[in-house]
Design a protein around this ligand. Structure first.
Ligand code: ASP
Length: 417
C-alpha cells in the first residue's frame, strides 16, 4: 500500500498543532523534545551569514551596472518605507478608535531587563553600518554591516577585468548553490523544529508569572484590548493591504502566492525571527514563486533586516497604548512624531525575537514618556511577536514578487493574474 505523501506545509502545521498540545498537556516534559527546536534554530543560524553573503553577491553581480542597481535599490526602499508607513497608519487609526489604554491600571506586570541601555541616535546607527572589522561584523551578526560589505563587494566584482570577474562569479555562484542545498536539507526538518519550539514556548508562557495567558482570558481588560488592537491591525495589513498590493501592483494572485510562501510564514510565526526564517523565505520565493535569484537575493536579505511592517504597526500601537495609560492626550504633532519614530524603530529593530519590544524605548524617549511604560506590555509580547514576525515576512515576500513583476519577470505559471 502506498502511503500518501503529506505536503510540507501541512506537515509543519501538524508540527505546530502537536507542539501546542504537547506544551499544554505535557508542560513538565517539554525538556524531552525542546532539543528539536534548538537543533533546527542552530542550523538556520549557522547558514544565515554565508547565505546573506553569497546571495547578495550573486544577486548584485547579475544586476550588473550601477545604474540598474540604483534603480532597483530605490524601488526596493520605496516599497519598504511605504508599506511600513501604511501599516503604522492602520495601527494609529485603530488605537485612536479603540483607545485600549484609556483608564488602564498602571500596575506594571514585569520588570524589563536591559532597558537602561541607551539607544543610540539614528545618525550614529547609520554611521555604524560601515564595519571597522568585517570579521567582527560576521561574528557579532551585525546584519546591516554584512549586507553593506556584500553590496560593495558584489558591485566591485562587476568592475574587475573579465578573467577575475568570471572567476569570482563562478566561485560565489557555486558557494550559493551549496548553501541552498544545505538550506533544503534543513527545511525538511522544519516540522520537527516547529514542534519543539512551539511546545517550549507554550510551556514557558504557562510557567511564567503574570503570563500573557491571563490577559488572553480577560479580553475586556486594557491589556486584552491592546492585544486585540495590535492583532486587528496585523490582520488588516496581512489580509487586506498586502494582498491588494500583490493583486493590483504586482499583478499576482494573493492566494497562490500565500501557498507558495506558507512554509516561511509558519516558520516566522514559530520562531519569531525574520532572520532565522530567511533561508526558507529565499527558497520559497525563488523556487515556488519563481522570482529570479537576481531580485530575491537582493530584496529578501535586506527586507528581513529593515522591512518590518508588523513591527512598525506594533511599535505605534504600543507607544500610543502606553501614552494613553499614562493619561496623556497626544495631539497631532506628537502623533506625527510617533509615526516617524515607529518607522525608524522598525527599521532599526533586529530581526530576532522580541527585538521590537526594546525599540519602543526610542518612541517613548521622543515623546518624553518613562521607559518603564514598556513594563505594561511585556507580558503579552511573546504572543504578539509571533504574529508581527509572520506579517514582516509576508511583506518581504510581497516586496520580492512586486519588484520582480515591475522588472518584467513572469514568475511561476498560475501566479500571475
Ligand atoms: N521578531 C521580529 C522579527 O524578527 C522583530 C520584532 O521583535 O518585532 O521580525
Amino acid at each position: 500500500m502506498k502511503i500518501p505523501k503529506i505536503q510540507l506545509h501541512w506537515q509543519i502545521l501538524l508540527g505546530l498543532l502537536l507542539g501546542l498540545l504537547y506544551g499544554l498537556f505535557l508542560t513538565n516534559y517539554v525538556y524531552l523534545i525542546e532539543w528539536m527546536g534548538e537543533v533546527f534554530l542552530r542550523a538556520l543560524r549557522m547558514i544565515i551569514i554565508p547565505l546573506i553573503l553569497t546571495s547578495i553577491i550573486t544577486g548584485i553581480t547579475q544586476i550588473g551596472s550601477g545604474k540598474s542597481l540604483g534603480k532597483l535599490g530605490l524601488k526596493t526602499l520605496v516599497y519598504y518605507v511605504s508599506t511600513s508607513m501604511v501599516a503604522i497608519l492602520t495601527g494609529l487609526f485603530l488605537v485612536n478608535m479603540i483607545q485600549p489604554g484609556k483608564g488602564a491600571d498602571l500596575g506594571f506586570t514585569q520588570k524589563v531587563e536591559g532597558l537602561d541601555i541607551e539607544s543610540g541616535s539614528f545618525g550614529r546607527t547609520l554611521i555604524e553600518i560601515i564595519p571597522t572589522n568585517i570579521f567582527e561584523a560576521f561574528s557579532d551578526g551585525k546584519m546591516l554591516s554584512v549586507i553593506f560589505f556584500a553590496l560593495i563587494f558584489g558591485f566591485f566584482i562587476t568592475q574587475t577585468n573579465d578573467k577575475h570577474k568570471t572567476l569570482l562569479n563562478d566561485f560565489f555562484q557555486a558557494a550559493f548553490e551549496v548553501i541552498m542545498k544545505i538550506t533544503l536539507l534543513i527545511i525538511r526538518f522544519t516540522p520537527f523544529g516547529v514542534f519543539g519550539i512551539i511546545a517550549g514556548n507554550i510551556a514557558r508562557i504557562l510557567n511564567e508569572q503574570g503570563s500573557g495567558m491571563s490577559a488572553l482570558l480577560e479580553l475586556g481588560s486594557s491589556l486584552g484590548l491592546y492585544m486585540i488592537t495590535v492583532f486587528l491591525g496585523l490582520v488588516i495589513h496581512a489580509f487586506f493591504t498586502l494582498p491588494v498590493i500583490q493583486r493590483f501592483i504586482g499583478k499576482v494572485n494573493p492566494y497562490k502566492h500565500f501557498q507558495a510562501v506558507s512554509t516561511p510564514l509558519i516558520t516566522a510565526f514559530s520562531t519569531s525571527s525574520a532572520l532565522a526564517t530567511l533561508p526558507l523565505t529565499l527558497e520559497a520565493v525563488e523556487h515556488r514563486d519563481g522570482v529570479s535569484n537576481k531580485i530575491s537575493s537582493f530584496t529578501l536579505p535586506l527586507g528581513a533586516t529593515i522591512n518590518m511592517d508588523g513591527t512598525a504597526l506594533y511599535e505605534c500601537v504600543a507607544a500610543m497604548f502606553i501614552a494613553q495609560a499614562y493619561g496623556l492626550e497626544l495631539g497631532f504633532a506628537q502623533q506625527v512624531i510617533i509615526v516617524i519614530t515607529a518607522l525608524i524603530a522598525s527599521i532599526g529593530a533586529a530581526a530576532v525575537p522580541m527585538a521590537g519590544l526594546f525599540m519602543i524605548a526610542i518612541i517613548l524617549s521622543a515623546i518624553g514618556l518613562p521607559l518603564e511604560g514598556i513594563g505594561l506590555i511585556v507580558a503579552v509580547d511573546r504572543i504578539l511577536d509571533m504574529f508581527r514576525t509572520a506579517t514582516n515576512v509576508w511583506s518581504d515576500t510581497t516586496g520580492a514578487v512586486v519588484i520582480a513583476r515591475s522588472e518584467g519577470e513572469q514568475l511561476k505559471k498560475g501566479l500571475r493574474v
